[in-house]
Design a binder for this molecule. Sequence first.
Ligand code: NAP
Length: 248
Amino acid sequence: MGLLDGKVCLVTGASRGIGAATVERFAQEGAIVYANARTPGDFDDLCAELSEKYNTTVKAVYFDVRDEAEAKKAVLRIRKETGRLDVLVNNAGIMKDALVGMISRDLMMEIYDTNVFGVMNMIQLASKVMMFQKRGSIINLSSIVGLEGNPGQLVYSATKGAVAAMTKTAAKELASQGIRVNAVAPGMIDTDMFRSIGEEKMKEHMANIRMGRLGTPEEVADVILFLASDLSRYTTGEIIGVNGSAMI
Ligand code: NAP
């Protein structure tokens, strides 16, 4: 028996990094996974490979989380095909750094659109389906910098702080409907996003991780799996750090 046997799960931003690792981990545990990406392409082949490897169904579902209409279509499609939605992982996110004096309105809008409004919209769409079932688990991706702040990341850290706040609020509001809402707050995880800060800054950050290494996407996926599964059935409104005791 897998931890997610037969559960219908939607993971946003699954083309790489933490999202891709989560899709594979969920498939390994028997979930029916809808893996979201923005650009139709090779992803269909990967989904077919994972379906065969883990003897389950992994399907690509293409939309941009900023596009409300397309996101709605995707959730309706999932409900039509399976009759339910058990787990939503709000993983899609972008990170762009700028010092306080250099932040433009466009930059604010761009990062908020994906990291905050996209997540809020997905929570609304998924919870409407989950309310009918009287159960469901929503997992959001916050960040250590959303809880502690970081120079050069005023906008990004604010969006991830917003994710933590909306996790707590949604958890309180949806608990009576049987819907749990939790978040993970990763530290420094070895993905394209973290590597985009450049070698020098990476070395600086790594010196501040007491466990002495970066985290892997799979290590974050394991905590997401815990929150998605019934192992965490009495846990809601929590923000779980996955950071190897990082100092920021
Ligand atoms: P990543 O490697 O940059 O991957 C980000 C994923 O999000 C990609 O699949 C990307 O798709 C997708 N995405 C971005 N904007 C999207 C949109 N508008 N609609 C749909 N998909 C979109 O990042 P990651 O490191 O795996 O991060 C995943 C999540 O963890 C993010 O929310 C991030 O903020 C959070 N996080 C990461 C770290 C870290 O150290 N890596 C730390 C704390 C929190 P494309 O391939 O189309 O761009």
